[in-house]
Design a protein around this ligand. Structure first.
Ligand SMILES: C[S@@+](CC[C@H](N)C(=O)[O-])C[C@H]1O[C@@H](n2cnc3c(N)ncnc32)[C@H](O)[C@@H]1O
Length: 183
């Protein structure tokens, strides 16, 4: 399972499954279905689903007929969990990880207010506009990885996670932590 932009960097042999939310513009879904086709190297598909219904995602034919869950896979939740409030996303991640074989990966990036004093005000404005944004602290984000082995360099501001070039922005301009862990 992975988020769309990662498809360009994940080999098709990894059987990517893209999950998008119910509110997405229909034309985006149409383009995704047209373009996210399989290849001889592997299968690719798109599932139109709400992350808050992980049981439906796990039971969906798009998943069961695409992913080989006898082999490790990567569950990539990129810049999405901060749209889910309270403890719900922690339960969702556990539910999605449950059927994955040992050696699978959990990849998360998640917005935070730890790094920029102004971001609390920005978050409040975004929430006033109706978007249920919930940035989390590094310690809170660490909860997603409880019981897993977090790979080096740990939970890091994403532009410092194994950068190929020296970061040029301040951490507070990024304000997104990321990490990769192995089950
Ligand atoms: C900041 S974008 C990140 C998109 C993509 N993961 C990326 O990295 O480019 C957040 C995405 O989360 C999706 N999203 C928000 N709430 C969702 C939910 N409950 N279920 C599924 N997707 C959701 C939005 O539709 C949007 O595509």
């Amino acid at each position: 399972m992975c988020a769309h932009p990662l498809l360009t960097t994940v080999p098709a042999r990894k059987y990517p499954l893209v999950m998008r939310n119910p509110g997405m513009v229909p034309i985006v879904l149409a383009h995704a279905r047209a373009r996210l086709v399989g290849s001889p190297e592997g299968r690719t598909t798109c599932l139109h689903a709400d992350l808050r219904d992980p049981a439906r995602i796990l039971a969906a034919p798009e998943l069961t007929e695409t992913l080989d869950l006898t082999r490790p896979v990567a569950l990539c939740l990129i810049a999405v969990l901060h749209f889910l409030e309270g403890d719900e996303p922690f339960e969702i991640v556990r539910t999605l990880l449950d059927p994955l074989p040992a050696g699978s990966f959990l990849v998360i990036s998640h917005g935070t207010n730890d790094l920029n004093a102004d971001s609390h005000e920005a978050t409040a404005k975004i929430r006033q506009s109706g978007v249920r944004l919930q940035p989390r602290s590094r310690a809170e984000i660490a909860r997603f990885f409880d019981g897993l082995t977090i790979l080096d360099p740990g939970i890091e501001v994403v532009h410092r996670w194994r950068p190929e070039v020296e970061p040029t922005l301040a951490d507070g301009e990024i304000s997104i932590f990321g990490a990769v862990a192995r089950t």
